[in-house]
Design a protein around this ligand. Structure first.
Ligand SMILES: Cc1ncc(COP(=O)(O)O)c(C=O)c1O
Length: 387
C-alpha cells in the first residue's frame, strides 16, 4: 500500500474485492506471460469476476455439455436492443454479420473490400495490431497521427483522403488514449470520407465503457453510406478469449459487401462467445453501469497516485475504458520505459513504441483491476526509479 492510501480516494466497490492468489490461478495470457513475482498491468483484460449473467450463461452451457459450433440466433437482436437503450442507435439486425473477433474481422474486411496496395489510414498512437493487420493483408499504412490534444486531426485526415487513401480504420473510443470522438468530429470526418469515397471501418469495442463526462457516438449513427462498425462484448465484459464479435453495415450497399465475406468467416466464431455476448448485451447492463462507475473511480485514483508518486509522469485522462497512456519522457528511461518498470519494479506495462513512433518514451497502464492493485502497480513503478 502506498502512503496516499488508495481507499481514501474513493470508497471501495465490489470490483475492489480481488485476491491476487485467485488471479494467479488464471491461465489467460495476462497472468501467464510473466513470472509470478511480476504484477501484470499490460494486455487489455479485466481482473474482475464475470458479470453474473455471463457467468450463468457459460456455466449453463457447460452443464448442458453444449460445446458445439456457434449459432448466431439472438445475438444481432440482443445487440440492437442494447445499442438502442445505451446510445439511441437504431441497428437493423439484418445488416450484421458475425465475426470471430475484431481484428480478424478487420483483416477479412480489408481483404474483401479493398485492393492490394490500397492506402489504409490509421491514427497513431494506436492499438498495435492495426499496424500489423494492414501490413499482413498487403495494404499500405497511411499514418495520420492524433493531434497534440490526442484528438482526430481533421485537416490531416482530409489530406490523406485527398491523396488517395481508400479506407480508414477508426478506433472509437481510441486505444491507448481513451479519447472519445465527439458527434461533431465524427460527422465532419464522415463528410470528408464520403466525399472521397473512403470506406470507414469503426472499431467500437471499448464503447460500452465510455466514462461519465463523455458520450459515445456510434459512427454509423452520424449517417454515412459507406461505413462499417465492429462491436463486441469482449472488452467490457472480459470475454475476448471466447471469440465473437459483430460487423454492422451502414447501408444496403454495405450489407451486400458484408455478404461477400468468405463463407468460412462465421465458422471461426466461438459458441461460448455468442452465448456470452447475448448474456452481456441482454442482461449485463446493470453490471456494466457498476463497472463504469468503478473505472471512473480508478481514473481518479491513478491520477492521484501518479501525482503523488511519479509527478514527472504525465498521463492522458481516459474518457473511456481502463487503459492509461503514460508520458514517461521526463524520467529519462529511454525509448521503452516499460522495460525499466519490468526489470527493476517487477510490474508489466505495455511498451509505447508498438503503438507507433509517437509512443517513444510512453507506456500503457491497465487499471482494469482493484484500487489496491493499481496502487501496487504505481508503487512498483516508483520503486523502479529508486534503484
Ligand atoms: C481498439 C481495440 N480493438 C480490438 C481489440 C481486440 O479485439 P479482438 O480480440 O476482438 O480482436 C482491442 C483489444 O484490446 C482493442 O483495444
Amino acid at each position: 500500500m502506498n502512503q496516499l492510501g488508495w481507499a481514501a480516494v474513493a470508497p471501495p466497490t465490489r470490483f475492489d474485492d480481488l485476491s491476487l492468489e485467485q488471479l494467479h490461478a488464471r491461465r489467460s495470457v495476462k497472468w501467464r506471460r510473466y513470472p509470478r513475482d511480476v504484477l501484470p498491468a499490460w494486455v487489455a483484460e479485466l481482473d474482475f469476476p464475470l458479470a453474473p449473467p455471463v457467468h450463468r450463461a457459460l456455466a449453463d452451457a457447460v452443464a448442458r455439455d453444449d460445446t458445439g459450433y456457434a449459432n448466431a440466433d439472438g445475438l444481432p437482436a440482443a445487440f440492437a436492443a442494447f445499442a438502442a437503450t445505451r446510445w439511441e442507435w437504431d441497428v437493423d439486425p439484418q445488416r450484421t454479420v458475425l465475426i470471430a473477433d475484431i481484428m480478424s474481422g478487420v483483416g477479412e474486411l480489408l481483404r474483401a473490400l479493398t485492393a492490394p496496395g490500397d492506402g489504409v489510414v490509421i491514427n497513431p498512437p494506436v492499438y498495435p495490431p492495426f499496424f500489423r493487420m494492414v501490413n499482413e493483408v498487403g495494404r499500405e499504412l497511411v499514418e495520420v497521427p492524433l493531434g497534440s490534444d490526442w484528438r482526430l486531426d481533421l485537416d490531416a485526415l482530409e489530406s490523406a483522403f485527398a491523396a488517395g487513401a481508400r479506407c480508414y480504420l477508426l478506433c472509437s473510443p481510441h486505444n491507448p488514449t481513451g479519447t472519445v470522438h465527439t458527434r461533431d468530429e465524427l460527422a465532419a470526418m464522415a463528410e470528408l470520407a464520403e466525399r472521397r469515397d473512403v470506406l470507414v471501418i469503426s472499431d467500437e469495442v471499448h464503447a460500452p465503457m465510455t466514462l461519465p463526462g463523455a458520450v459515445h457516438t456510434p459512427y454509423l449513427d452520424v449517417g454515412p453510406e459507406s461505413g462499417l462498425a465492429l462491436v463486441s462484448a469482449s472488452k467490457a465484459w472480459n470475454v475476448p478469449g471466447l471469440k465473437c464479435a459483430l460487423a454492422i453495415a451502414a447501408s444496403e450497399r454495405m450489407t451486400e459487401a458484408l455478404r461477400r465475406l468468405p463463407e468460412h468467416v462465421p465458422f471461426h466464431v466461438g459458441h461460448f462467445g455468442v452465448l456470452a455476448n447475448i448474456a452481456a448485451f441482454a442482461e449485463g447492463g446493470e453490471w456494466l453501469d457498476d463497472l463504469v462507475a468503478h473505472l471512473d473511480a480508478q481514473r481518479t485514483l491513478v491520477a492521484g497516485l501518479l501525482a503523488a508518486e511519479l509527478p514527472d509522469v504525465r498521463h492522458v485522462r481516459p474518457e473511456a475504458g481502463y487503459l492509461v497512456w503514460l508520458d514517461c519522457r521526463e524520467l529519462d528511461l529511454g525509448d521503452d520505459p516499460s522495460e525499466v518498470f519490468l526489470e527493476r519494479g517487477r510490474v508489466a506495462l505495455s511498451p509505447g513504441l508498438p503503438f507507433g513512433a509517437q509512443g517513444k518514451g510512453f507506456a500503457r497502464l491497465n487499471v482494469g483491476t482493484s484500487g489496491a492493485l493499481v496502487a501496487e502497480a504505481v508503487s512498483r513503478m516508483r520503486s523502479a526509479l529508486d534503484g
